[in-house]
Design a protein around this ligand. Structure first.
Ligand code: PLP
Length: 443
């Protein structure tokens, strides 16, 4: 009998029958509140009627209108709609299928546009699984180990992970900017540096919002040295953080923006945007692909952007994110195994730490499994796997957030009951000292 690859790990045992809005209905008859949204993809919720209708209609017209052979209307329309949301200078768009492909297209463009080889990434960043994208990913060695050689020309600088260092945000930002300057002095000279590549909030790396001052520091240095600032909005974009783009929490604007996931509510499509001047510096023929900018995906993308606007989903993400964050802070007071609660909009993370400040992946994993038992779907993330992330759909209601918090609390209680006074450290002194944490994290 043929089966799926054993390397494909599934976070829950759920087999889906159908789904609608924030709900997944299992073949087991259970109704799951979905705080995973296919890893931040189903922005308008599952099967939004308007997205379904647009995809159905397009499927009856043409499914695959290969865009280097013929052009199709949905892609032109999507480009217009996207243009209404993109930062003002970014007036040229290239489409692909996945986030990884778009990240690679952005890096390729930055290298061609500058004639420089090196890319600086920031520790904990996740940019995809294809070989070049994996070479840019530092969210865990599981994404890049075992298939070397990786792509050359990638250098990593520190990310201002305040909780891990045990510092406040300002100190962490000052440190990370100093480290970046040091890297530019010691390893990759500005004239050899094509781009800085960063997420507005680390996704797989632990649900850590990038401090605005850090993004602004990158912008300053990029402008001073003619380095391209690539902002990877694959997970944080399209309203998820309570701004249309995650970087809009800061004053920094990208030279190249990468988007995917939430842009088409689950249909595969991704894009990069840059100025026409930058895009024109790429080599002719260097962009293309068989499936890029698929007509059904593009139609779903147009419908998604309409729904996001008509239903004020960016605003909803902000309000519901505040509600969720406040609820998580209350849980942190009750469960000392929760070391940190952080996030922006509907991108919220709960970091579990042991009494000595070391990452507590066992408890995070147990809690994530326990939420499924409570009919709430969640995921873990972070290099150590000790962060539970909550990624509701942008259409989530106040009642659903309230229910999700109650189910999460029940999951935390069940884990505390099964492992009292052991690894989960439910009951340890929550106030571990900063020095302890950085020493532990440096293992
Ligand atoms: C920030 C970010 N960039 C890139 C990717 C890669 O996207 P894909 O899995 O579609 O290749 C992801 C996927 O999770 C992501 O979160």
């Amino acid at each position: 009998m043929t089966s799926l690859s054993p390397l494909l790990k599934q976070a829950t045992p759920v087999v889906v029958d159908h789904a609608l809005g924030s709900w997944i209905y299992g073949t087991d008859g259970r109704e799951y509140l979905d705080f995973t949204t296919g890893i931040g993809v189903t922005s308008t919720g599952h099967c939004h009627p308007k997205v379904v209708a647009a995809a159905r209609e397009q499927t009856g017209k043409i499914i695959h209108a290969q865009y280097t052979t013929v052009m199709h209307r949905p892609l032109l329309e999507l480009t217009d709609r996207l243009g209404e949301e993109l930062p003002s200078g970014l007036d040229s768009v290239f489409y692909a299928n996945s986030g990884s492909e778009a990240v690679e297209a952005a890096v390729r463009l930055a290298r061609m546009a500058t004639g420089r080889p090196n890319i600086v990434v920031f520790q904990g960043g996740f940019h995809g699984r294809t070989v070049a994208a994996a070479s840019l990913t530092t969210a865990g060695t599981r994404f890049s180990a075992g298939f070397a050689p990786l792509m050359a020309g990638v250098h990593m600088s520190a990310f201002p992970y305040a909780y891990r260092y045990g510092w406040d945000e300002d100190a962490a930002v000052a440190f990370a900017l100093r480290e970046l300057d040091y890297l530019l002095q010691t390893r990759t000279a500005p004239n050899d540096t094509a781009a800085f590549l960063i997420e507005p909030a680390l996704g797989d790396g632990g649900y850590l919002p990038t401090p605005p001052a850090f993004l602004e520091g990158l912008r300053e240095r990029a402008t001073a040295h003619g380095i391209q600032l690539i902002i990877d909005e694959v997970q944080a974009g399209v309203g998820r953080t309570g701004r249309f783009w995650g970087h809009q929490w800061s004053a920094a604007e990208p030279d190249i923006l990468v988007t995917a996931k939430g842009i088409a509510s689950g249909f595969p499509i991704s894009a990069i945007a840059a100025s026409t001047a930058t895009m024109s510096k790429g080599w002719p023929g260097s962009q293309g692909g068989t499936y890029g900018g698929n007509a059904v995906s593009a139609a779903a993308g147009v419908a998604t952007l309409e729904v996001v606007r008509e239903e004020s989903l960016v605003e909803n993400a902000l309000l519901r994110g505040e509600q969720l964050h406040a609820g998580l802070l209350r849980l942190k007071d009750r469960f000392p195994a929760i070391g940190d609660v952080r996030g922006v909009g509907l991108m919220q993370g709960i970091e579990f730490s042991a009494a000595d400040g070391t990452p507590d992946a066992a408890t995070a994993g147990a809690v994530q499994q326990a939420t499924t038992e409570q009919d709430l779907l969640t995921l873990t993330c972070g290099p150590a796997g000790n962060v539970v992330r909550l990624i509701p759909a942008l259409v989530v209601t106040a009642a659903e957030i309230g229910l999700g918090l109650r189910r999460l609390e029940a999951a935390l209680e069940s884990v505390a009951e099964t492992a009292p006074g052991t690894g989960p450290a439910f009951g340890h002194d929550a106030g571990s000292r900063p020095g302890e944490r950085v020493a532990a994290g440096a293992r």
